[in-house]
Design a protein around this ligand. Structure first.
Ligand SMILES: Cc1ncc(COP(=O)(O)O)c(C=O)c1O
Length: 397
């Protein structure tokens, strides 16, 4: 089947956070929105059809997660990630971030230490700090090729203090785009076993990998890893249905799962929406072919940008990620302060990106660009950046 990712769908005036919130967030009337992590593409045809069918029914009462819903997820995890799960391990939650927050609250005490690996998706900071837990940073190391690696020595130093109760992994990692290898994850698992630390593995980007089979679900590593982990999954990034608020938290250990369920009940969060359920099941059952085509298209955008920067704007550098539709771009060659870089991109280049320092102090001079957009938008962004940089070159002479 052919899917048309070149189709330009006007998202203005659809209450889109990414498109309609530009003036509020960036302070300008117009800037090409390449920030918030959703895609400009329509969801897979099978997903849209399933939602239509559900809407046609006309009754939208309280909805269960059916056996068929769980089976769709179970099959997907087996086929895509070689991970054999039991249907009863799956817990619905209205989002991955709500799940992170609930897990921190339910499984740690105020004052306990929780580790995150920076630069990282900003809510990782909030879900720890907002519950008055102590945030421990384990910064990633950027090597000379621009690839990021985990700092195991630093991590062990933190864990050996005895106060760390939990680590929140981003696997694959947003924003640096790494797909952690089995060896890297096994080292984390060994340290967490040694120091008895719970692992929350946010795997929301796991399907958006460029090498099939390269993602390792943390809980698939070993029995011990399964027994101390929460695997946060969702169809939202993969199939562009983030607005439907559907996530599935996979918890193999019975005791942990029951406690998570209790936390969900405390806030009455366990009820899936009928549209979310229909879309999710259709996505996992029928979305595979669309996803493969999508990944090819996104890779094309990324390669276009890398080549364009090398040929026209060598001051700005990018390493292509192993996963996600996000580029973490190194603007340090422009030698601007963070404030000036931000102003330059918004007012001169007129593109709306996520500022690197919102992911961590160690990402000053970097910007995150969302390339889940048409190739035409990608080209427009590069043309705008190029012309702004040419003007900056003139002015800096
Ligand atoms: C790593 C990561 N976790 C979670 C989310 C959002 O999850 P949700 O919308 O299900 O709360 C995102 C969105 O960009 C993300 O990048």
């Amino acid at each position: 089947m052919n899917f048309n990712f070149d189709l330009n769908i006007d998202r203005n005036r659809t209450a889109s956070l990414k498109w309609d919130h530009i003036p509020t967030v960036f302070g300008v009337e117009e800037a090409l929105p390449m920030w918030v992590a959703d895609m400009d593409f329509a969801a897979p045809p099978a997903v849209v059809r399933a939602m239509h069918d559900r809407v046609e029914h006309g009754v939208f009462g309280y909805t269960l997660q059916t056996d068929s819903y769980r089976e769709a997820i179970t099959n997907w995890m087996g086929n895509r990630h070689n991970w054999s799960i039991k249907p009863e391990w799956i817990q619905y939650c209205p989002g991955v971030v709500p799940a992170l927050s609930l897990i921190v609250e339910a499984f740690t005490e105020p004052g306990d230490q929780v580790v995150i690996q920076t630069p990282v998706y900003p809510p990782f900071y909030n879900v720890v700090k907002d519950h008055n837990r102590e945030l421990i940073l384990n910064p990633l190391i950027r090597n000379e090729q621009g690839d990021y690696e985990m700092d195991f020595e630093d991590l062990e130093r933190s864990l050996s203090g005895g106060q760390v109760k939990m680590i929140i992994l981003c696997s694959p990692h947003n924003p640096v785009g790494r797909v952690w290898t089995k060896e890297e994850l096994s080292r984390i698992a060994a340290l967490c076993e040694q120091y008895d630390v719970l692992v929350v593995s946010d795997e929301i980007h796991a399907d958006l990998i460029f090498k099939a089979g390269s993602h390792t679900p943390f809980a698939s590593l070993s029995e011990d890893a399964a027994n101390r982990s929460f695997i946060c999954t969702a169809p939202s990034k993969t199939f562009n249905i983030a607005g439907l608020n559907t996530a599935n938290i996979i918890i193999p250990n019975d005791t942990l799962r029951r406690r998570f369920e209790k936390a969900l009940q405390r806030y009455a969060l366990g009820s899936i929406t009928p549209i979310g359920a229909a879309a999710t099941e259709a996505a996992y059952r029928e979305g595979g072919e669309w996803l493969d085509a999508l990944l090819d298209y996104i890779r094309g955008n990324m390669e276009y940008i890398k080549t364009y920067l090398e040929q026209n704007i060598p001051e700005v550098k990018v390493t292509l990620p192993e996963a996600t539709y996000l580029l973490f771009i190194d603007f340090r060659g422009l030698k601007m302060s963070n404030d000036d870089l931000n102003k330059f991109l918004v007012h001169k280049a007129r593109i709306g990106l996520n500022n690197g320092i919102t992911f961590g102090k160690n990402a000053d001079g970097f910007m995150r660009m969302n390339v889940a957009c048409t190739l035409a938008t990608t080209k427009e962004a590069m043309a705008r950046l190029h012309s702004a940089v040419e003007q900056w070159r003139e002015e800096s002479k």
